[in-house]
Design a protein around this ligand. Structure first.
Ligand SMILES: Cc1ncc(COP(=O)(O)O)c(C=O)c1O
Length: 442
């Protein structure tokens, strides 16, 4: 596949032009990494008014994903805000209340998008009673929707979630379609799902819009992401996508990130066969770890999530032990440790993980469990909470107070208490369990 952005920038860099334009490094080599970093000079196109090499490259990505695909240089975060803006525009056109129904384990970017756009949300809590996952089934969704006074304009779900759980997007999309509700999927962790032997990408399973953090699971620089439109809404929403992305993006999108998205297209043309060779290695490793006694969770093909307490270790302790042996995980908490794998890790990376986990002695199981997460009460809107003056309070002193700006760290950036909610005893129990010492309160 052609790589028009990379080709243009390389030609420009090789031409040794005197750069009387931004960026200030002038491609000089002071930093050692900047010669391919340019701005919107003649011929370089412009991300938010793309009609040249960027438009061509986005067309290539659209061909790969089989739908209208747009680049983000500011992660899925930018795409999530743009998706919600597009939903809001649509609701305004139809003169309906822009209420979004969402699974409770949404990334904090979703909350800031709701606040920026002044949208209402109703949360779905799963049966698992965990703040990190939400096991929404099609039947429970149908029940929930049918019990609402009026239909929401959209359902927003996170799949895969941080722990590698994947929802049945096909069945969920059918429930949504039957009721005229748009389905938006935070697929930040699942760009590669398109390239599985049988695609599990949300757009292929009926989602109307989704975001993929290309940088999380594909060989793309940090910040590179896609916004995809499903076929049912593509003609209607495509004319507004670039404005939606610009509304939440910098006017100086990174050409280094754009080049990485462009170069990835060429690589991704062969990715299905690369993945097809790698997946059996990962599946075999999962099987061997399981037979060694490690407890594996989640169904995402390229994540290994261990619940290591049954092996005698908390996730946090295990992460520290692995780090000493030169293995750095994606995420750990008291109950889980998450490893993100891609073919770029190679068989050697898998072998190192396996030999290290094999060398760890099995100990008596730890029997502590996280508090069961319970539903929270909203006092004021997320927008009101995020724009209110706040103070920092010790967790022990914040019972009954209203949460302000979320101070949840990334990863997993899924808050226990969402801005505007009342801090109850269960929240305090959760804060204590997860080692959170202070909270921003109004
Ligand atoms: C589930 C989920 N959604 C959205 C995001 C935001 O993605 P990005 O960092 O690409 O902006 C993240 C980031 O970690 C995430 O885990």
């Amino acid at each position: 596949m052609k790589t028009p952005i990379c080709d243009f920038v390389k030609r420009y860099s090789d031409s040794n032009c005197t750069r009387l334009h931004m960026p200030g490094h002038k491609g000089s080599g002071v930093l050692g990494i900047e010669h391919l970093d340019i701005t919107e000079i003649a011929g370089a196109d412009s991300l938010y008014e793309a009609s040249g090499i960027i438009a061509e490259s986005e067309m290539n990505a659209s061909t790969l994903f089989g739908c209208k695909t747009y680049y983000s240089t500011e992660g899925s975060s930018q795409c999530i805000r743009a998706m919600l803006y597009l939903v809001m525009l649509r609701a305004k056109k139809e003169n309906v209340r822009p209420l979004i129904l969402a699974t409770r384990n949404a990334h904090k970017t979703f909350h800031s998008a709701l606040a920026l756009l002044d949208l209402d949300v109703e949360w779905i809590y799963g049966d698992e009673k965990s703040y990190l996952t939400c096991d929404l089934s099609a039947s429970s969704l149908a029940e929930h929707l049918d019990s609402m006074e009026s239909m929401p304009v959209a359902l927003y779900v996170t799949s895969p979630d941080y722990l590698g759980n994947i929802l049945d997007i096909r069945a969920i999309s059918e429930v949504c379609r039957e009721r005229g509700v748009l389905l938006l999927v935070d697929n930040a962790h699942g760009a590669y799902l398109r390239f599985l032997p049988r695609s599990l990408h949300p757009i292929d399973l009926g989602a109307d819009m989704c975001c993929d953090s290309a940088h999380k699971t594909l060989p793309v620089l940090t910040g590179g992401a896609y916004l995809h439109l499903g076929n049912m809404v593509a003609d209607e929403l495509a004319p507004f996508v670039k404005d939606a992305m610009l509304l939440f993006g910098s006017t100086s999108p990174s050409y280094l990130i754009l080049q990485s998205l462009d170069a990835a297209n060429d690589y991704l043309e062969r990715y299905d066969s690369i993945l097809a060779k790698y997946l059996p290695l990962v599946e075999d490793l999962k099987r061997r770890l399981s037979s060694l006694g490690w407890c594996l969770c989640g169904s995402e093909p390229l994540k290994i999530t261990l619940a290591p307490k049954s092996y005698g270790y908390t996730g946090v302790t295990l992460a520290a032990m692995l780090e000493e042996k030169g293995i750095v995980c994606e995420f750990s908490d008291p109950d889980f440790i998450v490893f993100m794998l891609t073919p770029e890790l190679g068989a050697d990376g898998l072998a190192k993980l396996e030999s290290t986990l094999t060398s760890i002695e099995k100990r008596e199981a730890i029997n502590t469990r996280p508090p069961e997460f319970s539903e929270k009460r909203r006092a004021i809107s997320i927008r009101e909470a995020l724009t209110s003056a706040f103070e920092i309070s010790d967790v022990e002193k914040c019972l009954g107070r209203v949460a302000a700006v979320s101070n949840v760290a990334c990863p997993p950036a899924v808050p226990i208490i969402i801005s505007g909610e009342v801090i109850d005893e269960n929240a305090i129990e959760c804060f204590n369990y997860y080692g959170i010492k202070t909270i921003k309160v109004i």
